[in-house]
Design a binder for this molecule. Structure first.
Ligand SMILES: *Cc1c(COP(=O)(O)O)cnc(C)c1O
Length: 356
């Protein structure tokens, strides 16, 4: 872990909140940010004094390495308001640990875990009025780190900026999606950075996803980069298949991001006596199951939408439909997760963390 100059967070508050100007009934995801942000710079081999300041633009030299080599990582998590106006984070330890795993892979200094949690709490506490009410609504939290050293030499930066932004988000239901199984483009390869939440992973997906969009698919299913045999992730979500009454998901590793939603669903499945298998699953197995009628569901899982059910998938120019049902695993797990996140059910696994 990297040294830190001070772990007490200084706070500079805004004069007047811009909250009253925000239309909370018509929030577009990730467009509106709260009054404050957290900031901490890494200089001279140390994280410097952490601070919370009014939200606003930052100034960087145009030669800063993040602009040239994409040395950048991020996280995505949420804060929830319960019916007694308590505010909760969901498994923040998991995001903090994953952030530092991404940091290590991208040669970015790790951020001290205890300070990370304190920064999340202090910022959410200060902007608590921005956490929307109602099941499905939440405060989206975006921690990130970028390489800020000046100069275009291709070597790891000696300076970094770690920040946390907050963005109120409305209940987000994408509707059922049509996905295309990708054969030409790949998201991740063995030995690569697929398991890290690094900026470039997303940039590299935009073009293939746009091509799929043009063909009428909202999302893509990524297959392995080598033979395009194995079904791996859906866009920026982990992927689940229900064959008969068993829930199947690919094992995590170099190519599969270790999603908090994914691992929580696997634990909840045990709690609710639903059989799961973590194993590689092939396109061939999917097509056979679809033909036999044993393929009941496909859904993506991730923090933003929780679950994203698929109603049709495309492969090699053909489109295959999934059965319609009201009683789906996708909706069950969404409810189980919501119940824990909004403090409506007992927290058997100590996943909730109260921001006080
Ligand atoms: C963030 C992300 C996920 C979902 O992770 P959660 O922790 O559940 O939000 C899945 N796949 C990729 C590639 C991701 O970047």
């Amino acid at each position: 872990m990297q040294p830190i100059v001070s772990d007490s967070i200084s706070i500079t508050k805004i004069q007047t909140s811009k909250r009253s100007k925000v239309d909370f009934d018509n929030l577009v995801f990730g467009q509106v940010f709260t009054d404050h942000m957290f900031e901490c710079d890494f200089v001279d081999g140390q994280w410097q004094a952490p601070k919370i300041v009014p939200y606003g633009p930052i100034s960087l030299d145009p030669s800063a390495k993040v602009f040239h080599y994409g040395q950048a990582i991020f996280e995505g998590m949420k804060a929830f308001r319960d019916d007694k106006d308590k505010i909760w984070l969901f498994r923040p330890d998991q995001n903090i640990q994953r952030f530092n795993k991404s940091a290590l892979r991208m040669s970015i200094p790790e951020f001290p875990e205890a300070l990370f949690l304190e920064a999340l709490s202090a910022l959410v506490r200060l902007d608590a009025a921005w956490v929307p009410k109602g099941i499905g609504s939440s405060l989206y939290i975006r921690p990130f780190a970028i390489a800020t050293e000046e100069g275009v030499s291709a070597s790891p930066s000696k300076k970094y900026k770690f920040m946390i932004l907050l963005s109120p988000a409305q209940s987000y239901y994408s509707g059922k999606v049509r996905v295309q199984i990708m054969e030409k483009y790949s998201r991740a390869a063995n030995g690569g950075v697929g398991y890290a939440k690094t900026a470039g992973n997303y940039a590299a997906q935009f073009y293939p996803t746009a091509l799929a969009n043009q063909e009428g698919f909202q999302q893509v299913i990524w297959t392995d980069a080598d033979k395009h045999e194995f079904l791996e992730e859906a866009g920026t979500m982990n992927l689940f298949f229900r064959i008969n009454d068993t829930l199947i998901t690919a094992p995590t590793g170099d190519r599969i991001l270790d999603g908090v939603t994914r691992k929580s669903i696997l634990t909840l499945a045990i709690d609710h006596h639903i059989a799961t298998e973590e194993r590689p699953i092939t396109v061939t197995e999917l097509l056979v199951a679809q033909q036999e009628g044993s393929l009941k569901e496909i859904f993506g899982a991730g923090t933003a939408a929780i679950v994203s059910p698929v109603y049709e998938f495309g492969f090699q120019g053909k489109v295959y439909a999934l059965p319609e049902s009201e009683d789906t695993f996708a909706l069950k797990f969404k409810k189980y997760l919501n119940d824990i996140q909004y403090n409506l059910a007992p927290d058997l696994h100590q996943w909730r963390y109260e921001v006080k």
